[in-house]
Design a protein around this ligand. Structure first.
Ligand SMILES: [Zn+2]
Length: 95
C-alpha cells in the first residue's frame, strides 16, 4: 500500500486488495480497510465452522486482545460491496 502525491497536491493511494488481489487506487482517507487477524487470516468476528462454512461470531464479543493482533488491510470497492452482502447473508441465516 503506497500513497503518491500528484502534481496538484492531491494524494492517491495505490493498494492491492486483500480479498481479490487486484491493484486499485483510491483516496487515502476514504479507502476501505478491513481488520484481519493474522492468526486466522479472517476478520476477528468471523470463523470457519465445522461444516467449513463461514460464521459470524455474533454471540461472542471479540476480545481486546484479538483486536490488537489485527492488521488493517485495504479492500477494493467491489470487494467491500461483496463483503457487506455476504455479512448480511450470514446474519440473515443466523436468525
Ligand atoms: Zn477486491
Amino acid at each position: 500500500m503506497i500513497i503518491l502525491e500528484g502534481p496538484d497536491g492531491r494524494q492517491v493511494l495505490l493498494a492491492d486488495c486483500w480479498a481479490c488481489g487486484a491493484a486499485f487506487e483510491g483516496h487515502p482517507e476514504t479507502t476501505a480497510v478491513i481488520l484481519i487477524d493474522p492468526a486466522t487470516n479472517l476478520p476477528p468476528d468471523v470463523e470457519i465452522g465445522e461444516d467449513r462454512r463461514l460464521r459470524l461470531l455474533t454471540d461472542r464479543a471479540v476480545s481486546a486482545e484479538d483486536r490488537e493482533r489485527c492488521v488493517q488491510m485495504p479492500i477494493c470497492p467491489d470487494c467491500k460491496e461483496r463483503g457487506q452482502a455476504a455479512r448480511r447473508r450470514l446474519l440473515a441465516e443466523d436468525h
